[in-house]
Design a protein around this ligand. Structure first.
Ligand code: UD1
Length: 421
């Protein structure tokens, strides 16, 4: 299995381009199932989750082809006119937990879907009860048997849905289920993430009638059909945030181009608070950092709060900051698995339930560590870049789910990092 070998201690300097957003490309590829003709999706990140989405679409009968662009991104061409499948095999559901986002689109297309539960998860239990209750409210009959969900409906009906939590995936699933249904659907307490807005923009280009994405109330008026369109995926605010943390951790100086700074207010403000110099010019963000001090209280929250997906990488940054930082993880039950690995490198972190206290240390030391999940893996890469000596990071496949060739991006900034198979 692939691993990364990192020699720490090099300040990262240079210029990077933002990759396309993982959390946008997946629901947008699911939405392409609903078009009568070709969809062209540009600026897709070259990551394994994109591969999983391609596999699912192909399994359902869609014709999918891809082109690698000069900037390393992929353009994905999808024609779903023959995508009459309604079953996602268990192996695919387990490979990518967000495969559940395809449920709404398949139901909209076929009125029937057979999937398995996305499975036990590295971030703790990841129930889909909000997805299920919302779809039931729209008229879907759902039979849960032995880990499988057999879903059927004669007709999807628009209705008012009040989410008990602004779940990103459930909001997307309802949007996809309701876009072609009879009547109007109103989602109250909807997730406000920028990726939801990207999905709305994609669907509206196709001919949908959706308003409100980015606010807590999304209204979807059902339409009779959707056309194929061309769309460029938004920049990945979490990948950009990760590289900014890597530059800051190594006391470097870099420019990240073609980002969407407006989507990153909370991350940029925490980076400023801990001593980074951040300059935003249009879509470009430059960062430099001489000295880091702790940030007293970091609480993960739904957007526009501090993203749970940034928690692990920001924690890694705080391991060598002056003073103590307190992290409270409110979104996922078990998102501190990286802590045990950071300990191996000399970090001082204590956890109690959903709270972690990081006591800044002077040095981290190279060690052999294991990625435990996507963002946890990225946090280990950051720690390794600042550590004295060489680190080996195993289980890189977690990192490859969301970072487009992380070693190439970091090498472009001067890091000493290689991938070994
Ligand atoms: C999405 C993102 C993920 C991010 C997360 C929170 C994608 C592909 N993934 O995941 O990167 O970390 O948002 O910003 O976009 N929950 C329930 N019942 C449900 C659904 C969710 O209890 O039916 C709980 C989850 O267990 C979790 C919380 O709600 O504790 C947030 O989940 P959700 O917003 O749905 O996250 P995802 O869509 O899975």
């Amino acid at each position: 299995m692939a691993r990364l070998v990192v020699s720490g201690g090099v300040p990262l300097c240079g210029v990077l381009e933002a990759q396309g957003a993982k959390n946008s490309v997946l629901p947008i590829m699911a939405a392409a199932l609903l078009a009568d003709d070709d969809c062209v999706i540009e600026h897709c990140p070259d990551i394994s989750d994109t591969d999983c989405a391609v596999e699912i679409l192909s399994e359902l009968g869609a014709f999918v082809s891809q082109k690698r662009e000069a900037d390393g991104s992929r353009t994905v061409y999808i024609n779903a006119s023959n995508a009459l499948g309604f079953e996602i095999p268990d192996s695919m559901m387990r490979k990518m937990r967000s495969s559940v986002i395809f449920l709404g689109a398949i139901l909209s297309r076929r009125g029937r879907a057979l999937i398995s539960f996305p499975g036990g998860c590295e971030l703790g239990p990841r129930p889909i009860d909000i997805h299920i209750s919302s779809l039931k409210k729209m008229g879907v009959r759902i039979n849960e048997i032995h880990g499988f969900l057999d879903c059927e409906c004669d007709k999807l009906c628009g209705t008012d849905i009040d989410l008990t939590f602004p779940s990103v995936g459930a909001t997307e699933n309802i949007m996809l289920a309701s876009v072609l249904c009879d009547g109007e659907t109103v989602i109250n307490n909807a997730a406000k993430e920028p990726e939801i807005e990207d999905l709305q923009n994609f669907l509206n280009k196709m001919g949908a009638s959706i308003t409100g994405a980015g606010t807590g109330c999304i209204k979807i008026k059902g339409v009779s059909h959707l056309n194929g369109v061309r769309h460029r995926v938004i920049p990945d605010r979490i990948a950009v945030g990760t590289y900014l943390c890597a530059v800051a951790a190594t006391r470097g100086n870099a420019l990240i181009k073609n980002t969407e700074p407006g989507h990153m207010s909370s991350t940029l403000s925490f980076l400023t608070d801990c001593g980074c110099n951040i300059e935003v010019v249009d879509k470009d963000i430059s960062i430099s950092c001489d000295e880091l001090h702790s940030v007293k209280h970091i609480r993960t929250m739904p957007y526009p709060g501090f993203p749970t997906d940034m928690q692990a990488v920001f924690m890694s940054l705080m391991t060598k900051a002056k003073g103590n930082s307190v992290f409270v993880e409110t979104i996922f039950e078990n998102r501190f698995k990286h802590v045990g690995e950071l300990h191996r490198m000399g970090a001082k972190i204590t956890t109690d339930g959903r709270v972690a206290v990081v006591e800044g240390v002077k040095k981290l030391y190279g060690a052999r560590v294991e990625s435990t999940d996507l963002r946890g893996g990225a946090s280990l890469v950051i720690a390794a870049l600042t550590a004295e000596g060489t680190s080996i990071i195993d289980n890189v496949y977690h990192i490859d789910r969301g970072y487009d060739h992380i070693e190439k991006s970091l090498t472009a900034l001067g890091a000493k990092i290689i991938r070994e198979q």
